[in-house]
Design a protein around this ligand. Sequence first.
Ligand SMILES: [Zn+2]
Length: 495
Amino acid sequence: MFRRVLPFFLLCVASPLHAEPGQSAVTGAVTPGDLRPHIAYLASDALQGRAPDSEGGRMAAHYIATEWNAAGLQPGAEDGGWYQPVAMVTRKPLLGSIRFNSLDGKPIAIPERSLLLSGREPSDELRGVRLVFTGYGIAPGAPLPELKGRLALMLAHHADGDKRNLAERAAVLAAAGAAGVILIFDAGDPVSRLREPWFHPSSELAAADAQRPVFYGGIGDDAARRLFAASGDTLVEARLRAEDNRAIIEPLAITADLSTRSEIEHLDSNNIVGKLPGADPAAGAVLFLAHWDHLGLCRPAGAPDRICNGAVDNASGVAVLIEVAKRLAKTPPLDRDIYFLATTGEEIGLLGAKAFAERPPVPLDKIVAAFNLDTVAVGPAGAPVAIIGRGRTPIAGDVAKVAASIGRGVDADDDANAYIRRQDGWMLLDKGVPTVMANGAFSDGARLEAFISGAYHTPGDELTDDTDLSGAAEDADLHVALGRYFGDEGRYPGR
Ligand SMILES: [Zn+2]
């Protein structure tokens, strides 16, 4: 999916930030030697791969807050501290069975391969619950019907103009009292294909997880047709009625017995938030972010190396975040507030970034530009800057201008946008915050591909003497320049 990019030789190596004689080292260009100690600590075996809610994760969070404090940042979380709590839940469905019966107790045979079910609690059981067809689910803003003691059947297919995802639509049925929600998949989505991923662990913010129905599952189109037939109806007609009536609530002459077992883990973790107050906070804010978490112990006990150290992914991005903070703190205050955010839960679904976007310490519409840093130490200096998010945000042109001002070229194509939903910046961009991920690592598709099919997400993502941090150092300089540009109301008036 990526094209190979020819090495780009810089015409201008010295950046305007280059240290002058007599200047403090911390105001000069970022060097690989500045980044290395941070990565060495964060990716050391002592931190055990920085899993959220682990001792190593807490050590990483403490390190970042300590570095930012020493750099002169102020705590930036809502409560005036460094930490923004992020409660998460990881669930692995182990077992889920549904048996359907007619009202006189006769079983309706549905093959197990056409059914999926998982439970909110570690184990749960419910007998004789009545099925009710709810069409596309309750329309946005419509009053809640009474669904207490009912098992809602909902079409997985989206109604026109309904932007909510399946979980959001199911949560509304649960709020109306439904004991469970069973999706009716389209004919083109055989349950057999969904079965394998269904039983993988998945994570969500605790607040959103608490809204899910106690029982949540799905049935294939074939199974749904059988159920409607057993109730003296047809699925085809039911689908048509649902199109005509978005408030459809129709009991079926069917009951169900449900039983589930799940492995559930509650994770209490933290984002770290720091702030450099601007001279004119009314002018808005700039945000830099990088995820501190990684996969923790990623191999079974007894394996020669169990620790996914996450040196490149993403101790490198955090190291850059620390050095950028140091340099921006050493200049006279910019107009805008500059926020620094180290997120948790990225590896399990961008959850720390999601929590920040839901409870931002500064209103999202005050953020004029946000920059994510992930997996920056992939190659040497000299690569053009890929701007992930280009084409979807108004700041990309100005980012290119800033890159050019320090002698960096910009990636000619937008191949790197393939990663747009796989990085924390997505959670902000999706809510309308002008956000990009700008670095040299993602412009060289061949090199990035080699990392992703190699050490990425394995115990091999470690810092060694051969790890080339020159590209990351150059990207750090770029972000210092971006901070000075977007933090200055005169140079960037805002959106
Ligand atoms: Zn990762």
